[in-house]
Design a binder for this molecule. Structure first.
Ligand code: ATP
Length: 300
């Protein structure tokens, strides 16, 4: 096999509950991931060394050195297999960079699946999930896809049943937000307020809304504990969220650490109309309609 291509989805967090800051600097999370139909494609071609190139409108913002998560994933897989394999990786990027949609994690998951195939390793999915967990807490979900709850630091995953397709609009914002800086701002705001931070708990109403496919119920209980921090760092996002609500979004939240704003629509037609309204009114510079849940990293 001389070339393998894998398609990997972006995610939105439909619940992101962040517990108190731990001694080790991490937070305990209840993180409900939902994979949506905005995809990066990761192509792995036969080569002697591991290299990476990126195509698409976001290409300029992605590192091309060993800091690229797809490169790190390919290296980790080769190390696991105990050989110095090579692959020319080409990432066709559609997922906003540093947008809170786990684009880097998606590319890492894509590289794991593509190189496993290209190199004929035949490693089972569970082995890939284990390697993924060492690369970053969102990477196992990018392999799995669908809807799942992550606990601990977010890496202990359980699938959640969904009773239908949900329709979304995503509005990326210029200039990303770094995930560590949003967590730091969240800690700072919490310290400033002095309020006690509750232990994160899975929202039972959300589980029910997902399992019955009830978009109205899901829209009413979307939550993101990082949202206040993202809005403190980028106050203009509040205007975008408000505009979405005015155009009938069932729910409007910052996606993960932001700055992408996510809007839950009634159906596919409403999602298309909402995306058009957000851009036409200037509330967002661009907006993409998408649906979820979709599968994780899949051979194309
Ligand atoms: P998350 O939602 O998992 O917190 P994110 O969507 O906010 O992440 P990413 O798009 O994953 O953010 O990018 C975060 C940073 O990772 C970028 O600023 C970039 O420097 C770096 N990075 C490394 N590899 C990649 C990659 N393949 N694609 C995108 N960013 C990458």
């Amino acid at each position: 096999m001389s070339s393998v291509t894998v398609r990997v989805p972006a995610k939105v967090n439909v619940q992101l509950s962040v517990g108190p800051l731990r001694e080790d600097g991490y937070h305990d999370l209840v993180n409900v991931f939902h994979a949506v139909s905005i995809f990066d494609r990761v192509e792995a071609k036969e080569s002697d060394a591991i290299t990476v190139a990126v195509e698409g409108e976001w290409a300029g913002q992605v590192p091309l050195d060993d800091g690229n998560l797809a490169v790190r994933a390919a290296r980790a897989l080769a190390k696991h297999a105990g050989r110095s394999y090579g692959a020319d990786l080409v990432i066709h990027k559609e997922i906003p960079v540093a947008g809170g949609m786990a684009g880097g994690s998606a590319d890492a998951a894509g590289a794991l699946v593509a190189c496993n195939e290209l190199w004929g390793l035949g490693l089972p999915f569970e082995d890939l999930v284990e390697i993924a967990g060492d690369l970053g807490s969102d990477v196992p979900f990018s392999l799995l896809g669908g809807t799942a709850v992550g606990t601990g630091r977010g890496e202990e995953l359980s699938e959640l049943p969904t009773g239908g397709t949900f329709h979304w609009v995503f509005a990326p914002a210029e200039g990303g937000l770094s995930t560590p800086s949003v967590y730091a701002e969240c800690d700072r705001l919490r310290e400033e307020s002095g309020a006690e931070v509750p232990w994160p708990e899975l929202n039972e109403r959300l589980i029910e809304a997902l399992s019955t496919g009830d978009a109205y119920a899901l829209g009413s209980c979307l939550s993101n504990d990082l949202q206040d921090a993202a809005l403190a760092l980028r106050p203009e996002l509040a205007t975008t969220l408000d505009a979405g609500r005015q155009h009938g979004a069932l729910g409007a939240i910052v996606s993960g650490s932001g700055p992408t704003c996510a809007f839950l629509a009634i159906d596919a037609t409403h999602a298309r109309d909402l995306a058009a309204s957000l851009t036409a009114t200037g509330a967002a510079t661009s907006a993409m309609a998408a649906h979820g849940p979709v599968p994780g990293a899949t051979l194309a």
